[in-house]
Design a binder for this molecule. Sequence first.
Ligand SMILES: Nc1nc2c(ncn2[C@@H]2O[C@H](COP(=O)(O)OP(=O)(O)O)[C@@H](O)[C@H]2O)c(=O)[nH]1
Ligand SMILES: [Mg+2]
Length: 463
Amino acid sequence: MKGWTKFHEQWSQQSQQFSQRLLDRHLRLGITGLSGAGKTAFITSLVQQLTGPVTEVQLPFFSPLRQQRYLGGRLQAQQAMQTPRFAFEQNLQQLQLGKWPVSTTSWSQLSLTLRYKPVSGLAAKFTDFRELQLDIVDYPGEWLLDLPMLQQDYQQWCEFSWQLFAKPHRVAIAQAFQELLATTDLDDDSELHIQSLTDRYSALLQQFRVEAKACLLQPGRLLLPGDLAGTPLLQLFPLLPSQLATPSKLLLRLQRHYQSYQQLVVTPFYQQYFASLDRQVVLVDCLSALNAGYHVLQELQQALMLILQSFHYGPTGWLQRLFSPKISKVLFAASKADQLTPEQHKNLTLLLQQLLQQPLQDSRFQYCQSEAIALAAVVTTEVGQVRTAEGIVPCLQGISARNGELQTVFPGEVPMSMPSPLLFEHHAFAFPDFLPKPLAPQQMLPQLRLDQALEFLLGDKLQ
Ligand SMILES: Nc1nc2c(ncn2[C@@H]2O[C@H](COP(=O)(O)OP(=O)(O)O)[C@@H](O)[C@H]2O)c(=O)[nH]1
Ligand SMILES: [Mg+2]
């Protein structure tokens, strides 16, 4: 009996390895990032690079291409019917017309088949080419910040939320809602009452986002409901910490809604999107955060920490089993590097590393290979020089997103480490937004370091 068990164990181990090798032909890439980090632009540009005519593609650091082994990629025509398809063609068209793609309101996926010649060995001798299936998923960044809610109960979430609302960049905005809650009847759990408070809270979240440039906004579905619009699941807002100690009808209702939100919204989102990811890109827009000031930069760091922690701990054990051994590489990328002159790119990478230093300690990412780079999915600027009283300084030229006119600017320097509050008192960062340059339909989007990103993410899988 013992021998049989042993044999059975060995056999199942071997068959597991075998199926793993088969799975090697299939890679699921997750593009993660808060809303506005640049995910949609990144996916569109990446897919164009991978599927464009091999002769046109400019990716010197992508070894399969450099070694002339990359034969090209194509979009898979047959995709599961129930899976929404990433609007690659529409997004690309927008970019080629000189506009940014519209912002994402739901999740979608795209599958590509990449064809390449094996590098050496038996496979190279006996096969003309091999194929790798690459699945890429896009989703609204707003939903990402729901993940940390799995680690809290309703009470903890309320405490956490009101701590956040007390921060200097938020406190004044939150005041009216705080006063409203303080005078509300906690024993009125009527539909009308809960809905009107929810509406006020969701308006507050929008105000936080627009006026304070806040990024840590929960629950994400109140900002972007997707297919959940109008469901009772979305009747959710944080009561004041002082209202949590004594049971009330409203408290009970909100606790129930919170639990349902965790079970019926966040956990399925987690399973659907993050289960079976092999590689991950985490895009971070450091420059907008610098523009918005010290507290927003701090909030960005806090949001990243919460997200990375959720990957590590997950809601329950099954998640750790699913994820820990699976994601083998994570690329942390500071997006929109084309908003800087080239000599600032190094600082941007260093700042990103600093921002992540705290979140990365004690996170599961230390167990897999990671790299930090500064990149631009779509380069919108040209680099030049201007002569000033101080000598020759580098500058950028691009189409201003503010007025659509050609603009020449020196965007300024990026601090290479977490700047102090004091720095923001004396200095306002103002990295400008540009529009993409219009292109002819066949032209490739200009990009920066997508080849390094691809080499890190796919190079070893296309050997
Ligand atoms: N300069 C520059 N801006 C970018 C780039 N990628 C995105 N953006 C800007 O960031 C905004 C949000 O990008 P998007 O891809 O929709 O972000 P998502 O919300 O993470 O999907 C765009 O509308 C652009 O204004 C880039 O590579 N360079
Ligand atoms: Mg998007």
